[in-house]
Design a protein. Structure first.
Lengths: 131, 361
């Protein structure tokens, strides 16, 4: 399962299409705010989380931003959730954002928008699912 | 307190007159033109008679006041507590005929300075610290502004770009494919201008952050920013070969900016008949490190070579950029205390040799 967190529906549309074109056939859940995504994680049971799941997370989202979301995720105190792999996906050029992203143990990458099928095809989770 | 008077030889008589008036302050008289000695002055007040203010004088002076058309008073406040308030009081303009009042004026200033120093040199210090804090805040806000504005400008661009990639997959008609390519090209051009402006501002404003650097790691830091240049057969990791490397100390973000520009140029201006190959080589040379970035691209004609580092310079035949890239490269290397030189052969390739300090104080 791939979870998209981005306030711009055009971008989640692009991400969904790019994932499909890149060979991903699994479930995609899109959330337009970090709070809604957090509610989802709060309610989810550990057994419901599929292997090779990950989050594509925008940084500059209104209200709760990407970093605040990760902090809140850690506080949920569910091991599966707090170790959920996260890719940041942003159009930010702020190098501090990148450095800050590296401080979270579950952040596995920093991707630049727009997501393309070439990038998707290179993500480890996708490669496994496609083969 | 000591007072120095700078004057031309021809004005010596009048200077002697002033000197007489200033006797109790043990003045020293320099002839005008001996500005080389000014750099060593630590005195509190300098009177310039018929001055030509040189850049150096203005630089070292905390305050310059015109006493009369022929007489300037400079306050040199380096390291003297209470000086900021002290020179703030020097705001009266004297007529030449009033030159005799200078000792009186200085006496008054000195008294004020002493008063300030005794009851609150800290007040001036506090004022300075507050100013400093304010400036830091403005600097921080400006930084945030650059990143926020650039992000907000880029967001719709990246959305359009993403949609164009999708369009390219779905609409296969030849005309449509060509239009999509041209649109992509235009958007990437605009996006690169925004990236360049951010890189320029970042280099100008951020202080040096020296840390240990591994060249291969640096390449992986550069990669995401160059993803847009990658095609099926061209990838950054595939093109870039690190020939020799060792850990060294430098500013990571600035090196990313430099390599980002050089590698993207090598890919953009690749030779049509071959895949781009970019070689990075690191060497130690005495107190310097030498980083050579060479490619097998189309090369740069000799008459462009000396201008490619100029702001907004673009070679008319192939250039697609903003004309800022190599300017930023040179400015960034300058900030690192290094130098850059370029050699190129048309149809064979280009080689940038970057010399950087081995260590930073």
């Amino acid at each position: 399962m791939i979870i998209l967190i981005d306030d711009n529906p055009i971008d989640t549309f692009i991400q969904t299409k790019a994932l499909e074109l890149g060979g991903y056939r699994g479930r995609i859940e899109a959330f337009r705010s970090a709070e809604k995504a957090l509610d989802y994680f709060q309610g989810i049971s550990t057994s419901a989380i599929e292997a090779d799941s990950f989050i594509l997370l925008d940084i500059r989202i209104p209200s709760m931003n990407g970093f605040e979301f990760l902090d809140a995720l850690q506080r949920l105190d569910k091991e599966v959730v707090s170790t959920f792999p996260v890719y940041f996906l942003s159009s930010s050029l702020d190098l501090e954002d990148r450095q800050r992203a590296n401080t979270y143990p579950n952040v596995v990458g920093f991707l630049e928008k727009p997501l393309t099928r070439h990038v998707v095809a290179g993500l480890p989770g996708i490669r496994k699912a496609a083969s | 307190m000591q007072i120095s008077i700078f004057a031309r030889k021809s004005d010596f008589q009048e200077v002697t007159h002033i000197k007489g008036l200033l006797k109790e302050w043990s003045p020293k008289v320099f002839q005008y033109g001996e500005t080389a000695r000014v750099g060593k002055l630590t005195r509190e007040i300098v009177i310039l008679y018929k001055p030509q203010l040189t850049e150096e004088l203005i630089r070292i002076a905390a305050e310059v006041r015109i006493l009369s058309p022929s007489c300037y008073l400079l306050v040199i406040g380096e390291g003297i507590p209470g000086m900021t308030l002290f020179h703030a009081q020097v705001n009266c303009a004297l007529q030449l005929s009033e030159i005799g009042r200078i000792p009186e004026l200085i006496h008054e200033l000195k008294a004020r300075a002493e008063r300030i120093t005794s009851d609150g040199g800290s007040m001036a210090m506090q004022e300075l610290q507050e100013k400093n804090k304010e400036l830091e805040k403005i600097n921080f806000e400006l930084d945030r502004f650059v990143y926020s504005a650039s992000h907000d400008l880029r967001s719709p661009l990246t959305s359009v770009l993403g949609l164009l990639y999708l369009l390219r997959e779905e609409v296969k008609a030849e005309g449509a494919q060509r239009y999509v390519s041209l649109m992509e090209e235009s958007i990437l051009k605009l996006d690169n201008i925004i990236r360049d402006i951010v890189a320029y501002s970042r280099n100008n404003r951020a202080g040096l952050q020296i840390e240990e650097i591994q060249l291969p790691e640096l390449i992986s830091d550069v990669e995401p920013g160059l993803r847009y240049l990658e095609t099926g057969e061209i990838t950054v990791s595939g093109c870039v070969k690190v020939k020799a490397a060792f850990p060294f100390s430098s500013d990571r973000n600035r090196l990313v900016t430099i390599l980002n520009n050089l590698i993207s140029n090598s890919i953009k201006y690749r030779h049509p008949a071959r895949l781009p190959e970019i070689e990075l080589n690191l060497e130690r040379n005495g107190q310097h490190i030498v980083l050579v970035v060479s490619d097998n691209g189309i090369g740069i004609k000799e008459y462009h070579l000396e201008k490619i580092f100029d702001m907004f310079y673009r070679t008319s035949d192939h250039s697609t950029g903003s004309g800022l890239g190599l300017y930023i490269v040179r400015e960034t290397i300058k900030k690192l205390g290094g130098t850059v030189r370029v050699e190129s052969a048309v149809n064979q390739g280009t080689k940038f040799t970057i010399t950087l300090p081995l260590a930073y104080a």
